[in-house]
Design a protein around this ligand. Structure first.
Ligand SMILES: NC(=O)c1ccc[n+]([C@@H]2O[C@H](COP(=O)([O-])OP(=O)(O)OC[C@H]3O[C@@H](n4cnc5c(N)ncnc54)[C@H](OP(=O)(O)O)[C@@H]3O)[C@@H](O)[C@H]2O)c1
Length: 291
């Protein structure tokens, strides 16, 4: 099976390398050509979306947000301009369930299929095929694609219709944003009280509240290592996607509003390109615990 990846950012690159490692033929396209130099020796980079769609059996998309996804699928010279009937798009992008439904409505005219497959886990797990894949869309089409999706994921969760997997993903990222924020607030509090912050991380990891985040990112936060695996600007983006759902469906989520304000402020503070755990850096600086 020939795979065509559209969007070769952190996740797209890791997913395409994983696919190659698993024996697939892979073609790729990225809007900014200079960003894919490090994988040109392994992935055949093509100049346009149309080239990738022409050559591939299945199109895999991993782009930033609603606007990017609409652009690469429905936009001028986007996937839908070239896709042939009965072809499949697997869309890994984290977008709003509202946009996902809109895109599928539009794709009906082309008789093409699209599954939304938001992913849990970052580029490292993608490279090892250890993600969790959430699937929304036609169940029989998912079953046809299950082996391919399992190349990237040790667990797959079929959520239901289009929109359902993305709703789950946004609820999950709300939890992750909150966990990072609270861990950072705890670290800020103990620093202010002149208690060794390493004790706080040690305490969490000794308790029932230990997570992969507190174990791995917790250690990195202690030494202010915010090398990005998931950009802070993208966590803010996901909180913004939740805002769209909150507005459209009138959901009261008080902590979400606070998280949206804090991650927005941290982005504007110059931390957009850092890992989302740099929410700690923002709190330390605002509280004058760091220059
Ligand atoms: N990183 C993670 O840990 C992680 C985990 C799970 C899910 N995700 C989700 O996966 C998606 C990709 O994330 P990432 O971390 O790979 O982000 P990234 O490194 O910033 O990559 C974003 C990709 O989207 C492309 N893009 C953005 N706007 C575009 C447009 N208008 N037209 C064409 N291409 C466009 C970018 O192209 P350029 O290079 O030209 O800018 C790039 O290829 C996001 O939805 C993110 O929320 C990420």
């Amino acid at each position: 099976m020939k795979l065509g990846f559209i969007g070769l950012g952190k996740m797209g690159q890791a997913l395409s390398l994983r696919a190659i490692q698993s024996g697939y033929t892979v073609y790729g396209y990225n809007r900014t050509k200079s960003k894919v130099d490090s994988i040109r020796d392994r992935v055949e980079i093509l100049p346009s979306i149309s080239d990738v769609v022409e050559k591939s059996d299945v199109i895999l998309v991993s782009v930033t947000d609603d606007e990017a996804d609409e652009d690469v699928i429905l936009g001028n010279h986007g996937i839908s301009d070239y896709i042939r009937p009965n072809k499949m798009i697997i869309d890994f992008s984290t977008i709003s369930p509202i946009m996902s439904k809109y895109i599928n409505e539009k794709l009906k005219r082309k008789n093409a299929y699209r599954l939304e497959v938001p992913l849990i886990g970052g580029p490292d797990k993608a490279l090892r095929g250890e993600l969790i894949a959430l699937i929304g869309g036609d169940r029989s089409k998912y079953e046809e694609m299950a082996d391919l999706i399992k190349t990237f994921a040790t667990r797959t969760i079929y959520a239901g219709n289009i929109g359902d997997a993305l709703s789950l993903k946004l609820a999950f990222n709300l939890l992750v944003a909150g966990y990072a924020e609270l861990l950072a607030e705890g670290l800020t509090l103990v620093e202010k009280m002149k208690v060794d912050p390493r004790l706080f991380i040690y305490l969490i990891n000794a308790s029932g509240y230990k997570t992969e985040f507190s174990e791995i990112k917790g250690q990195k936060m202690l030494v202010n290592n915010y090398e990005p695996t998931f950009y802070l600007k993208h966590m803010k983006k996901d909180l913004g996607l939740i805002s769209k759902v909150v507005d459209k469906y009138s959901v009261y989520l008080p902590v979400h509003s606070t998280l949206w304000s804090t991650y927005t402020a941290a982005t504007e503070y110059g931390l957009a390109e850092e890992d989302f755990s740099a929410i700690l850096e923002y709190l330390l600086k605002i509280n004058k615990l760091k220059e």
